[in-house]
Design a binder for this molecule. Structure first.
Ligand code: FAD
Length: 303
């Protein structure tokens, strides 16, 4: 970690909350549902679709899952009512994954039933490596009943090639988001070298496409955008087999270039009351992003 990033993280608790709010507004739509509606309408107007994330932490008691489940149900209703081009992204630990698998399955089932009624889709985010097995089981179990669900996989994990092979044998029409991975994992289970992670991302993408999967290509790394376009070109894939995905506030120019070239692009839009806990926790977990946030303080909040 650079001294600069370390300093930012050390002094973060001293930064007044409104200032944290100021710099995080580039990355977070706001705290209310109305904020996210406005943001998604704006993105839709730019030819981009969205995936909405209700911010929240991993829960400690099962009852705590009721709040995010109800919030997500409200989001699904709102997407339909406001005619938004958007789906939802859900963190399984927020719905009880590490407390009670069956309860978590039933919480996801409630979301999927509502999404299915409205012709919508639920993406299951992938979290730290302690949750990977349970998350992939959750996805495979849900797929037995629903086809409007997808999961996410991380290119930094050494196991992912095997996960793609196993999942594509278990599940018809495998649908996943491929990202590098945001958590700090031990070298034993995760590639650490940036270049190896890039090469692995490309390898995984090609393997997934050859196995018939639909992939959400989630990256702001221009080399990987190029590598993805290369694989798409090489395999002569139709536009219905993939979409690009980026986080709100990150690389808006690259986003525009991809959309103007005629590819589908989805923006990940987090919102909710828990924006402060989310912003500060992410910074403590991965201080590498401190530099991005510091830059955001001094540049206008283009999203
Ligand atoms: C739509 C989406 C969903 C994701 N879902 C998950 C998930 O479910 N599980 C998970 O573990 N990870 C998830 N991630 C995070 C992902 O794993 C990476 O940590 C993150 O995208 C950075 O990797 P990168 O490929 O963009 O490459 P990088 O090399 O990290 O970034 C490339 C360039 O993008 C810019 N950039 C990247 N991140 C930021 C940032 N936060 N702020 C400002 N600029 C930035 C910088 O200019 C950087 O040079 C998701 C990412 C996206 C885009």
């Amino acid at each position: 970690m650079s001294i600069f990033n370390k300093l930012i993280v050390t002094f973060l608790p001293l930064v007044p909350k409104p200032l944290v709010g100021y710099f995080s507004r580039r990355y977070i739509a706001g705290s209310r549902l109305i904020d996210v509606i406005e943001e998604v309408k704006r993105l839709n107007g730019l030819g981009m679709c969205a995936t909405i994330d209700v911010l929240g932490e991993s829960i400690n008691k099962l009852e705590e899952a009721e709040t995010p489940v109800n919030q997500y149900l409200e989001v699904l209703e709102t997407i339909e009512k406001e005619n938004l081009e958007a789906n939802i992204s859900v963190k399984p630990t927020q719905l009880g994954l590490m407390l009670d698998y069956d309860a978590c399955l039933s919480n996801h089932t409630r979301l999927l039933e509502s999404a299915a009624l409205r012709g919508n889709f639920v993406r299951i985010d992938i979290e730290d490596a302690a949750t990977t097995d349970a998350t992939l089981k959750l996805y495979a179990d849900l797929r037995k009943k629903f086809d409007n669900v997808g999961v996410a996989l991380q290119a930094y994990l050494r196991r992912t090639l095997n996960d793609i092979r196993e999942l594509s044998e278990k599940v018809d029409n495998l649908n996943f988001r491929l990202c590098k991975g945001i958590y700090i994992e031990p070298r034993k289970i995760a590639w650490k070298d940036r270049r190896i992670i890039q090469l692995n991302f490309e390898l995984l993408l090609e393997e997934a496409f050859k196995r018939g999967a639909y992939v959400g290509i989630a990256t702001h790394d221009e080399l990987l955008v190029w590598a993805a376009l290369k694989v798409i070109h090489k395999l002569n894939l139709p536009k219905t087999r993939y979409e690009f995905q980026m986080l709100l506030g990150v690389q808006p120019e690259l986003r525009k270039i991809i959309v103007e070239a005629g590819h589908k692009l989805r923006v990940y839009v987090p919102f909710g009351e828990q924006w402060y806990a989310y912003s500060t926790r992410r910074l403590r977990e991965n201080p590498q992003i401190a530099g991005h946030i510091f830059k955001a303080l001094f540049t206008p909040p283009e999203r």
